[in-house]
Design a protein around this ligand. Structure first.
Ligand code: CAA
Length: 301
């Protein structure tokens, strides 16, 4: 574990920048890599703002924020980003071909002892590992959004992941102040095998007119003490991500019960992706925390 000092995170989107935030706050040298410099600049601003939030709440000091920010460097070139890495955490888009391509490059450019982790929410770690010459060092390290807040890291053992690697990642998760849970490599692991069918069922209930958005979300928030209703959570995660995870479950188990709801598929096709596109089940206005049901579902359109 003490051998891990340099951590490279591939992808600077919501999950990637959150993962960088947490590693940097715990003293690791973080290399944040993305293909576009603008994405990296935006991610640095987001990390800074999220740390400011922690400073204003008294959770961290201004000095520890400054130290953490100084631990993060940005890269657009894969070779430079990973050549000194002891651990790489891939947090790119949930697309199997993209991930396979990234892992092939990582295997080529990283030191032989470097551990390769994926933050995938549902794609097989065994399959990703099979495209490298080090499947024993490939593992799932699944963080949850917002990464600085959520306590869980779901650790996924691929078929060939070595026990000592699981052990290192388990202890590392604890060092980050998180609670690790180790699971085996089946579609959706545990988190999304349970969460996504619930979200999909909420979309089906809406599609069938059983209830409206506010009612569906209120039932789950007030009746089951969920911090967000399933439709708000779907918007928060991204409807495209929800759709692709349902697709992985559907294909992986070959069971019709995992078929993505038609309404979910239509919304993704039409570009209504939730918070990131400004509209999903709810409509989002920058700077406003109000939860406003999209006009498409409120009968106003
Ligand atoms: N960085 C740092 N701190 C943050 C933050 C961020 N990005 N986002 C929120 N916070 C902090 C706030 O500062 C606040 O701190 P205090 O408790 O010290 O006051 C705390 O988190 C709560 O935030 P807010 O007061 O702004 O809002 P809230 O009480 O409504 O909580 C929430 C927001 C934490 C997101 C809460 O609604 C929640 O837990 N929602 C469910 C999130 C969830 O289920 N995530 C998992 C999604 S699935 C996934 O990620 C993986 C996958 O595979 C799909």
């Amino acid at each position: 574990m003490s051998a891990i000092k340099n951590v490279t995170v591939i992808g600077s989107g919501t999950m990637g920048n959150g993962i960088c935030h947490v590693f940097a706050q715990h003293g690791f040298n973080v290399h944040m890599m993305d293909i576009r410099q603008e994405a990296l600049d935006k991610a640095l601003l987001t990390i800074g703002k999220n740390m400011d939030r922690q400073v204003s709440k008294g959770a961290i000091t201004q000095t520890s924020k400054d130290e953490a920010m100084a631990h993060i460097s940005t890269f657009t070139n894969m070779f430079d980003a990973v050549k000194d890495a002891d651990l790489v955490v891939e947090a790119a888009t949930e697309d199997i071909e993209l991930k396979i391509n990234i892992f092939k490059q990582l295997d080529e450019h990283c030191k032989p002892e470097c551990i390769l982790a994926s933050n995938t929410s549902s794609i097989s770690i065994t399959r990703i590992g099979s495209y490298t010459k080090r499947p024993g060092q490939v593992i799932g390290m699944h963080f949850f959004n917002p990464v600085p807040v959520m306590k869980l890291i779901e650790i996924i053992n691929g078929y060939g992941t070595r026990a000592e690697i699981t052990d290192i990642i388990f202890k590392l998760a604890e060092t980050l102040g998180k609670v690790p849970c180790v699971v085996n490599d089946y579609p959706g692991f545990i988190s999304n095998r349970i969460l996504m069918p619930m979200i999909n069922e909420a979309v089906l209930a809406l599609q069938e007119g059983v209830a409206g958005i506010n009612e569906i979300d209120s039932v789950m928030k007030l009746g089951m003490a969920h911090p967000m209703g399933p439709l708000q959570l779907a918007d928060f995660i991204g409807l495209d991500t929800c759709y692709s995870i349902m697709h992985v479950l559907h294909m992986g188990f070959g069971n019709q019960k995992y078929a993505p709801a038609t309404l979910l598929a239509n919304m993704v096709q039409a570009g209504y992706l939730g918070v990131k596109s400004g509209e999903g089940f709810y409509k989002y206005t920058p700077g406003s925390k109000d939860l406003v049901v999209s006009e498409r579902f409120s009968g106003k359109k």
